[in-house]
Design a protein around this ligand. Structure first.
Ligand SMILES: Nc1nc2c(ncn2[C@@H]2O[C@H](COP(=O)(O)OP(=O)(O)OP(=O)(O)O)[C@@H](O)[C@H]2O)c(=O)[nH]1
Ligand SMILES: [Mg+2]
Ligand SMILES: [Mg+2]
Length: 287
């Protein structure tokens, strides 16, 4: 087939393989969710059902791609971190981004009735775009995740204050917007506390910090994992390594998937779960 007179068109297809030894983040984001939230009357500023649905869809995506080390989500977005050593789809960007975005979209739509039993989905159905970004160092990947969590905090503090002023304080949206112009975090904390009796730090962590999805292993399993080749996609020629890779895949498939809302800007979470970003042979974590 390749030698037919039409075969040459193949050369028009670009090679979009991402560079090796980079962490690959696939970030998906809901298309036109400002409209969708209005259409289905999502609670403001946070709708627990919508958040739980996002997390349920993300959990299934993490389950089905064993090379995802961790996922972080907030609002209508989720970042899926593929291990730096992944060889999945030969690291082709379009294949990675579309596979994750479509898997997420399918899960979101299929699980919708569980979380919104009284609201039937109608067109346009929820859909998510996806993009890949490479981070060549663990430290930069950590900064990326910190950036998303800081964004979650800033938006949530603003939205919580804004909607308290509108829904509880009887202000118009224009008045609230104007009143919040130029305010800093401490001003918003003060408004929430003095006018509405809300201690922002007492708000649910899921809203303030977003959600982290990762595999959890027993301590014994962690030690085993860190001593062995982590990557399923790594092309190791000898059969001993292949057996090891197969064992590793099984270990990951059996692992419990945890949904939590920890701080991921500081070191505590990462120190407690060193295996999440461990290198293949578990030697150079902390770089
Ligand atoms: N009411 C409500 N709105 C939410 C919730 N979660 C996300 N949103 C809204 O979803 C929107 C997400 O913003 P964006 O992703 O920047 O914008 P978008 O409308 O999805 O547009 P594109 O992503 O560019 O297609 C914002 O308007 C959020 O306020 C929620 O729990 N409740
Ligand atoms: Mg969006
Ligand atoms: Mg968004």
């Amino acid at each position: 087939m390749a030698n037919t007179e039409y075969g040459y068109v193949r050369s028009f297809e670009g090679n979009d393989a991402l560079p090796p030894s980079n962490w690959i983040v696939v970030r998906i984001d809901g298309r036109g969710f400002s409209k969708l939230c209005k259409k289905y009357n999502f609670d403001k500023p946070n709708d627990r059902r919508a958040l739980d649905l996002m997390n349920a869809a993300a959990t299934e995506v993490v389950r089905s791609f064993v090379d995802i080390a961790l996922a972080y989500g907030q609002s209508d977005e989720y970042s899926f971190v593929f291990h730096e050593s992944t060889g999945l789809f030969e690291r082709r960007a379009a294949k990675l981004a579309t596979s994750v975005a479509t898997a997420f979209t399918a899960e979101y739509c299929m699980q919708w009735p569980t979380f919104f039993p009284d609201a039937t989905l109608t067109r346009p159905y929820p859909a998510f775009d996806g993009r890949c970004v490479c981070y060549p160092k663990r430290r930069i990947l950590r900064d990326y995740l910190s950036w998303r969590q800081a964004d979650c905090h800033i938006n949530n503090l603003y939205n919580t204050t804004f909607w308290s002023m509108v829904l509880k304080g009887g202000m118009s949206t224009t008045e609230a917007e104007l009143a919040l112009k130029g305010t800093v975090s401490s001003d918003k904390n003060e408004i929430l506390f003095s006018r509405f009796g809300i201690n922002y730090n007492g708000e649910p962590e899921a809203y303030r910090k977003g959600t982290v999805v990762y595999r959890s292993y027993s301590e014994d399993e962690c030690v085993k994992g860190s001593l062995t080749a982590e990557s399923i996609g790594d092309r190791v020629a000898d059969s001993a390594s292949k057996t090891q890779m197969e064992k590793d895949r099984k270990r990951k498939q059996k692992a419990q998937i945890v949904i939590d809302h920890p701080d991921i800007i500081g070191d505590t979470f990462w120190t407690a779960h060193p295996y999440i970003l461990a290198s293949k042979r578990g030697q150079d974590y902390g770089e």
